[in-house]
Design a protein around this ligand. Sequence first.
Ligand code: C5P
Length: 399
Amino acid sequence: MFKGKKIALYVTGGIAVYKVVDLMRELIKNGAEVRVAMTPSACEFVSPLTFQVLSRHFIYLNTFEENDPEVVNHINIADWSDLALVAPASANTIAKLSAGLADNFVTSALLATTAPVFIVPAMNANMYKNTVTQENIEKLKNRGHYVMTPDKGFLAEGYEGEGRFPEKTRILDELKLAMRDQDMRLPLKGKTIIITAGGTKERIDPVRFISNDSSGKMGHALAEAAWRQGATVKLITTSQLETPGYIERLAVESAAEMYNEVHTLFKEADALVMAAAVSDYSPKNVEKKKMKKQNELTLELKKNPDILMEMGRIKAPQQCLIGFAAETDNIIEYAKEKLTAKHADLIVANDVGKTDRGFNVDSNEVTLVSHTDEPKVISLQEKSKIAREIINWLIEYYN
Ligand code: C5P
C-alpha cells in the first residue's frame, strides 16, 4: 500500500524521535518515498544526518534556508506529498497546529498542505491527559486529521502512563486504514464480506482431533485483498496466522463453530467467500477425557453441515457466494457440478494433487468457474496475487 506513496515525515521534539528512524526505514522498505522535515527540538534528540543518510535526501530544517531559487521548500514539500505524517507529535506542535501557527518549517508546511494529515502523539502522560492537549487533539480530529492514541506503558520518566510512542506495527496498520478510508473511489466501499479460512479441527477427545492440511494462507490473503479494495472484512478463521489490526477476526475451531459464525453474520453480508477447508465429518461422540490406548479403535463419524450449501439455500439474489474446490482430477467438471449444487456464483478450483500449489504452500494456481464466463485459469503465483484476481472477479460481478 505504501508503494510509490510520497510521504512527508514531520519530526518534532521528543525522546521517541529515535523510534521514528526505524519507522521511516520501514516505510522506505515498503516502497514509499520519504522526505523529512524536523523542528529544532527534534534535532536535539537525533541528528538530521541520520535521517538524511537513511532517506537519501537532505532534511528540511529552516524555513528561510532556500537552496533552490526555483522553489519555496515548505510549500514544495506540502504540495509534493500524498500524506503528511507527524511523528512523534509533541504537545507543543499539536497546540501550534490546532491554533494554526506557522513559526517553523514543520508547522509552516503543515499549514500549507492539502494532503491527509496523520498524527502520532508521544509525550509525558500528564501532558497528554492535560485538558488543553485533549482539546487541541479534538480540534485536529474535527478538522479531519487522523490522530492516533499513544500506547500505555513504561515512560522515559520512569513511571507508567499513557503517552508512549505506539508500536511500529500498530502505526503501520492504522496508517493503512487511514489511507484506505481517504480513498473514496475504492470499488468495495460499503460492502461487507465474510471470508472463512483454514482447516477445521474436529475433536476426538481433549487432546486429539481430525483435521486437514489447509494453512489458512489463501483465506487470509483474500481478507487482505478485499480490505484493500474498501470492503469491511470479517475473517472467520481456524488458522494461527497473524492478521492486521484492521481486519475483524473471529477465531473458530470446528465446522459447527464456523457454521454458527457464518450463519449469524451472513444476513448482513454482501458476499461470502468459503476458502476454509471444512471437514466433511466429525466424531459422533467427543470423549470428555483423554482416551486410553487400545489395540483397535473404531471412530464413528457424523456428517458436518455443508456451510456453503446451506448459505446457498438461504441467500438473497444480491448476495454473492464464492466456494473453493480442492480436487486431484477432473477439476473443471467437478467445479461446474459444485457451482450448481451449492447455488454458488463462483467456484475457485485448485489442483491439490501437486506439491507446489494449494494446501500449506505460498503459491497456487486456480481456475475460476462461474455461470457466465468461460473457465479462467490464474497461473501459478503467490497467493496474495491470486487473492487479488479473485477479488477483481467479485468487483466485476458487482459491476
Ligand atoms: O463439497 P466440497 O467440500 O468439495 O466443497 C468445497 C467448498 O465448500 C469450499 O468452499 C468449502 O469451504 C465449502 N464447504 C463448506 N462446508 C463443508 C464442506 C465444504 O462450506 N462442510
